[in-house]
Design a protein around this ligand. Structure first.
Ligand code: GCB
Length: 603
């Protein structure tokens, strides 16, 4: 009995010990030599996981023969009979793209779905190859030519597997089993106010590198030093010390460094005459990192960010964060944002609103979105899906949250636009939660001293006083919180009576306020769901917030209506959260213009 138990434990350990990353995430996938694996992938809906578990519910990929799973990609031509699936004859989905918005019968699907794609390649002896996924929601089991590469959990961060030894000359097939079932102990947990879009939602690439390659680097200004670049380069696959070159032609920088035997070098480069990155002048410098056999190009902005008392200083100058919250969701073509055009549209709407700042809620958004923010001049609040009632006591849940945070930092550390890492949203104060989130804050601080750390906290109310005294606030750089005066509590007309008692001498950023309105539905200012009512909320909120000493920014909820299973009103919602300033058809509601006027008045 004992040995069976041990065996089961061993099995469970084995499933989760598949490598999540074969090594450091490859920095700057965008500018690498690669073969895109986007496009149409065959898919099989598998609600009973019959392609993964045998009739005794044991995973096929752990059985001694490893036979029976869909990852083998058998069919009537390559196997003899009794094959009850066939990828090639199955329908296709577009990758990148969530499955919910592509097929009517998948709109509400939560479960397992298999993807398969063929590709042809002639691998070269001197190269290495990596399959890289921008994001898959939520759990992905990845197989190449029938062999398991590994498992990844977390729906919004990238991951990769080295496949140099697995590729065949000629035809190859990649199979991914994706499962988006919500679970209490996962991150996010079962309850969220957004659609649980499943599938391969971001780009898939086969990245091609030399045997020794530049896997990672950081080129950023040192902590609050405007005259010094502090960075590193990491080579992978080195056999001893080597030389790397860092060039920033427009700053006259051309420096070479020797790595240690592990391929890493930390460096400092003094700089002068830098045009610092700002939202009004988002200067990006061309940066070339080279090793003996490779060169990688990036475009990097240089800026500092810090707080001083109740001020936020960007490049040592006080800045007010004129922001808006955004979900990774396309109103016009339903579903997750798929292309750069989708992303640009969202950020252009924010610019037009007068924003210099966006809160990319409530999880890591696409790398392209962050690069666009760099290019278009929008500061970014980046967040991880530590949302509402996570399993605070569970060590594995913590590890998962931390992994997602690390992957986000690893991916976006060179982006000037990202000025704030948020470790979560509206989490209930308990000792376990304070510890969980406090550890995340310490983790960020140990890895990145060039950005602020925050979280969207909650408020308490008594009479007409709104109090902010969440103990986590002591560890954060901002007094940042959500409040829904005029919507979830009290009438908009009453908001002028409220004052704020904020227990932190820090810059105040209101991370959410707002109210729902159905675009095109009109009434007087007290008619629920009318554009006038939402407009009224915004007017009264802005008057109320303006009185806060130390108000240094806001990201009202939210730029565009978004889908949520929690929003059931059959007339006004139909599964749409209506707090957008813009409707799902791109129509601007009246409140949009209230906020626009306010931001203009701050100029
Ligand atoms: C919140 C949450 C956000 C919701 C929003 C709402 O406080 O942070 O995710 O969508 O309220 O609409 O209720």
């Amino acid at each position: 009995m004992k040995s069976i138990k041990f065996f089961v434990l061993f099995l469970i350990a084995a499933i989760y010990s598949f490598p999540v990353f074969s090594q450091t995430l490859i920095q700057n996938v965008e500018n690498r030599e690669k073969m895109s694996l986007n496009g149409r992938w065959n898919y099989i809906i598998d609600p009973y996981q019959m392609g993964y578990l045998d009739y005794r519910q044991e995973p096929f990929d752990e059985s001694p023969s490893g036979k029976g799973g869909f990852f083998e990609n058998l069919n009537d031509d390559n196997a003899k009979g009794r094959i009850e699936y066939n990828f090639d004859l199955s329908p296709t989905l577009t990758v990148p793209g969530d499955w919910n918005s592509q097929e009517e019968n998948l709109e509400l699907y939560e479960g397992t779905l298999w993807y398969k794609r063929d590709f042809t390649i002639s691998p070269e002896m001197n190269n290495r190859y990596f399959v890289h996924f921008g994001a898959v929601n939520y759990e992905a089991h990845v197989y190449l030519n029938g062999e398991k590469l590994g498992v990844h959990k977390g729906g919004f961060t990238p991951f990769q597997f080295e496949v140099t030894e697995n590729l065949k000359d000629g035809e190859n097939f990649l199979v991914v089993m994706v499962n988006n079932t919500r679970k209490q102990d996962e991150v996010p947990t079962v309850n969220t106010d957004w659609w649980n879009y499943g599938g391969i939602t971001r780009d898939v690439n086969l990245i091609i590198t030399p045997k020794t390659f530049i896997s990672d680097y950081k080129v950023q200004l040192a902590d609050n030093n405007m005259d010094l670049i502090n960075g590193y380069v990491q080579l992978d696959g080195v056999s001893g010390k080597s030389t790397v070159l860092v060039k920033i032609p427009e700053l006259g920088i051309n420096e070479s460094f020797n790595t240690d035997a592990s391929g890493k070098v930390n460096f400092k480069i003094p700089v002068s005459n830098v045009k610092y990155w700002t939202p009004t002048d988002p200067v990006l410098y061309r940066v070339d990192i080279s090793s003996e056999n490779e060169s990688v190009r990036d475009d990097i902005g240089f800026r500092t960010i810090k707080t001083q008392g109740r001020n936020i200083l960007l490049n040592e100058k006080s800045v007010f964060l004129k922001g808006i919250s955004i979900h990774d969701e396309n109103p016009l073509v339903e579903g997750r944002l798929r292309t750069e055009g989708d992303m640009r549209m969202m950020l252009e709407w924010a610019k037009e609103l007068g924003c210099n700042f966006v809160r990319l809620a409530h999880y890591t958004h696409n790398e392209k979105m962050i690069r666009l923010a760099d290019e278009m001049g929008l500061m970014v609040w980046a967040e991880i899906p530590v949302y509402w009632t996570i399993s605070w006591e569970n060590e594995a849940t913590y590890q998962n949250a931390e992994n997602q945070l690390l992957a986000a930092i690893e991916r976006d550390k060179n982006r000037a636009s990202v000025i704030i890492w948020s470790v979560g949203n509206e989490t209930p104060v308990t000792e376990a939660r304070n510890k969980f989130m406090g550890n995340l804050v310490s983790k960020v601080r140990s890895l990145d001293d060039t950005r602020l750390v925050a979280a969207a906290l909650e408020v308490e109310r008594e009479g007409y006083t709104v109090t902010v005294d969440d103990p986590l606030g002591a560890k954060l750089d901002l007094a940042s919180f959500n409040e829904y005066g005029g919507w979830y509590w009290d009438e908009p007309g009453e908001l002028s009576k409220y004052t704020f008692d904020i227990h932190f001498d820090k810059p105040v950023v209101i991370t959410e306020f707002g109210g729902g309105a159905l675009a095109g539905f009109h009434g007087d200012k007290n008619t629920m769901w009318s554009e006038e009512h939402q407009e009224f909320i915004y007017e009264e909120q802005l008057k109320m917030l303006n009185k806060i000493d130390g108000l240094r920014g806001m990201t009202p909820w939210i730029l565009v209506d978004f889908k949520s299973p929690r929003r059931q009103h059959p007339v006004y919602q139909n599964f749409w959260n209506r707090k957008g300033l813009i409707s799902e058809t791109g129509e601007k509601k009246k409140a949009y213009f209230v906020l626009q006027d306010y931001y203009e008045s701050l100029e």
